[in-house]
Design a protein around this ligand. Structure first.
Ligand SMILES: O=P(O)(O)O[C@@H]1[C@@H](OP(=O)(O)O)[C@H](OP(=O)(O)O)[C@H](O)[C@H](OP(=O)(O)O)[C@H]1OP(=O)(O)O
Ligand SMILES: Nc1ncnc2c1ncn2[C@@H]1O[C@H](COP(=O)(O)OP(=O)(O)O)[C@@H](O)[C@H]1O
Length: 473
C-alpha cells in the first residue's frame, strides 16, 4: 500500500491521496452549520455512508440520541415504509430464519418523529451498533451485484448499474464508505462514496487493508473475529429462502483502541502504535502534560491487566418501553421481471448453537413500537467471540465442502483459530470486532423459495477476499 498524502486542505474540505486515489474526506454533515435538532439528538458523527446532511438538496443523514439509539430519517415514503415494516415483521417473527436474522441486525426500537430544521421527520429508531467502541473503525460494504430492487424504475436501474461498476462487477460488492483510526499516524480518516466509486479489482484490497490497519502487518486476531461473524451470516444466507435483500450493507466494525492494545500484547514491541488522544496531545498540549500522558499510556500499555478498557464492553441491560401492535406476517411482494437463478448452493446446514442472552429493548418514551417479541437470539451467546470461533471451527469445513479453492486456506488458519480459542483468557472474551447487517429499504419477501444468489455471491466473495489477506501477510 502506498502512503497517505494530503494534497489540499481548505476549511471546508480535506482532499487526500490514498492508495493512488484522490478522494475527499467524507463528512456526514456537509454544511457549515449542522441542522437544528431537539435536545439530546445530534448528527451521528461516525456515519460512514448513506444519505448525509447537505444544504443543497435538504437531504438528511443519520442522527443519534443520547440514550444510545440512532435515528434513521425516512426520506422516501416507499422504501421508508418498507424498511419500517421489515423491522416490525422481524421483531415479531418466530420462524427460525427470521429469528436468526434478528441476531445479525441492529435492535429495532420503533419509530419516532423528530423536528429537523423546523420540519417533522419520521425516523426509524435502532440500536447504535457502534456504541461500545472507544475508537470505532467502521466500514460499510454494500452487498450484491444488483443494488436495485424489483420495483426500481429503469432510470434507477441505469444509475445503480453505473455506480461502483468495477468493484461490483469483479466482486459482487462495493464499499460506499469507511472510517479508520490509523495505528501508524494516530489520526482518524473517513472516506466516502467518492473514494469507494473509484475502487477496482486491485485497489479494493488496499481499501480493506487500510480499514484493517494492515499497513505494516495484518492483525490476524482482528480478521478472525470479523470472519467468524461473516461465516455465520454466510451459513444463514445459504439456507434462507425467505428474503431478497437488495442494496443492503454489512457494517464491519472494530475498536482501534483494542487493536492497539492487542498489537502491544502480541508483538511485545517497544515501538508503540500512536493513540489519537496522545497524538492530539502532542500537537496541542503543554510539554509537561504531554509527557505525563505519554507515561500514563505507556504504563497502561505495558501492563496486561490494564489492557482492557473497563466499562467499554460491558453488557447492557435495559427496560422495554411502551409498544403498540403491528401485523405479524411479512408482506409478500411480487418481483416481476427479475428471474432468479436456481442454484443448489446450500451446504450442510447444521443447527446453530442456541444463544443464551436476551437483549431487552431500551426504554424510549418518545418511541412507538410493537409488543414485546419473544426472546431475541443473538449471534454471540455470551458477548464472547469465543462462541463464534468454536462454532466456526466445528462447522466451517462442513459448510464449505464444495468450495475447494477456499479449503486449503481454511486448513492453513484452522490451527490458528484453535490457538486463539485455547489461548483465550476470561478477560479477553469481550467483543472488539463485529459485523451487522443494515439498510433494509430494498428488502423483499421471496416469491420463489430460492436462495438469494445476488446477496450470497457478494458475501461469499467478500469472505474469500478477506480470507485471502491471510496469505498476503
Ligand atoms: O442514485 P440516487 O441519486 O438515487 O441516490 C442513491 C440513493 O438512492 P435513493 O436516493 O434512496 O433513491 C441510494 O439509497 P438506497 O441505497 O437506494 O436506499 C444510496 O444512498 C446511493 O448511494 P450509494 O450507492 O450507497 O453510494 C445514492 O447514490 P449516490 O448518492 O451515490 O448517487
Ligand atoms: N444501527 C446503526 N448504528 C450505527 N450506525 C449506523 C446504524 N445504521 C446506520 N448507521 C450508519 O449510517 C450509515 C448509513 O446507514 P443506512 O441505513 O445505509 O442509510 P441510507 O439508507 O441512507 O443508505 C451506515 O453506513 C452507518 O455508518
Amino acid at each position: 500500500m502506498s502512503a497517505t498524502v494530503f494534497v489540499r486542505k481548505k476549511d471546508s474540505e480535506n482532499v487526500l491521496k490514498m492508495n493512488g486515489i484522490n478522494a475527499k474526506l467524507y463528512r456526514p454533515c456537509d454544511c457549515s452549520e449542522g441542522p437544528l435538532l431537539p435536545p439530546g439528538i445530534t448528527v451521528l458523527d461516525n456515519q460512514v455512508a448513506g444519505h448525509s446532511f447537505t444544504k443543497a438538496d435538504s437531504s438528511l443523514g443519520i442522527l443519534k440520541h443520547t440514550d444510545g439509539s440512532v435515528l434513521k430519517p425516512i426520506l422516501k415514503p416507499g422504501p421508508g415504509a418498507r424498511e419500517i415494516q421489515f423491522y416490525k415483521n422481524l421483531q415479531q417473527a418466530t420462524d427460525p430464519v427470521s429469528v436468526e436474522l434478528r441476531g445479525f441486525v441492529p435492535e429495532f426500537r420503533g419509530t419516532t418523529t423528530v423536528t429537523v430544521n423546523g420540519r417533522d421527520v419520521e425516523c426509524i429508531v435502532l440500536e447504535n451498533v457502534t456504541n461500545e467502541f472507544v475508537e470505532p473503525c467502521i466500514m460499510d460494504i454494500k452487498i450484491g451485484r444488483q443494488t436495485w430492487d424489483p420495483e426500481a424504475s429503469s432510470d434507477k436501474i441505469e444509475t445503480e448499474k453505473a455506480k461502483y461498476a468495477d468493484s461490483r462487477k469483479e466482486y459482487g460488492f462495493c464499499i460506499p464508505g469507511f472510517q479508520v483510526y490509523r495505528m501508524s499516524t494516530g489520526k482518524v480518516i473517513r472516506l466516502g462514496k467518492d473514494y469507494g466509486k473509484k475502487l477496482n479489482k486491485e485497489t479494493i484490497k488496499d481499501a480493506l487493508k487500510l480499514f484493517l490497519n494492515a499497513d505494516s502487518g495484518l492483525n490476524r486476531h482482528l480478521l478472525l473475529q470479523l470472519l467468524s461473524k461473516l461465516w455465520r451470516i454466510l451459513r444463514w444466507c445459504r439456507r434462507q429462502r425467505r428474503y431478497r435483500i437488495y442494496a443492503s450493507s454489512l457494517l464491519l466494525m472494530y475498536d482501534a483502541r483494542r487493536l492497539r492494545q492487542n498489537l502491544r500484547k502480541t508483538t511485545g514491541t517497544t515501538e508503540r502504535p500512536m493513540s489519537p488522544v496522545l497524538s492530539r496531545a502532542h500537537s496541542f498540549a503543554a510539554p509537561v502534560l504531554c509527557r505525563a500522558q505519554s507515561l500514563k499510556l505507556n504504563l497502561a500499555l505495558r501492563s496486561n491487566s490494564a489492557l482492557i478498557d473497563e466499562g467499554s464492553f460491558t453488557g447492557r441491560t435495559t427496560n422495554r418501553g411502551s409498544y403498540r401492535s403491528v401485523p405479524t406476517t411479512p408482506t409478500r411482494i411480487s418481483s416481476p421481471g427479475i428471474p432468479e437463478k436456481s442454484r443448489s448452493l446450500v451446504g450442510a446446514a447444521n443447527g446453530i448453537g442456541r444463544s443464551l442472552s436476551q437483549t431487552i429493548s431500551r426504554s424510549l418514551s418518545f418511541v412507538s413500537a410493537s409488543p414485546a417479541p419473544p426472546p431475541l437470539e443473538r449471534q454471540s451467546s455470551n458477548g464472547s467471540w469465543h462462541f463464534d470461533f468454536k462454532e466456526a471451527c466445528r462447522t466451517h469445513s462442513l459448510v464449505n465442502n464444495y468450495e475447494k479453492d477456499l479449503q486449503s486456506m481454511k486448513d492453513n488458519y484452522k490451527s490458528e483459530l484453535d490457538d486463539l480459542v485455547s489461548e483465550e483468557k476470561p478477560g479477553d472474551r469481550e467483543l472488539w470486532a463485529k459485523v451487522k447487517m443494515i439498510d433494509f429499504a430494498h428488502t423483499f419477501s421471496s416469491v420463489d423459495d430460492e436462495v438469494d444468489t445476488n446477496y450470497l455471491e457478494g458475501l461469499e466473495s467478500l469472505i474469500k477476499l478477506l480470507e485471502s489477506l491471510f496469505q498476503d501477510f
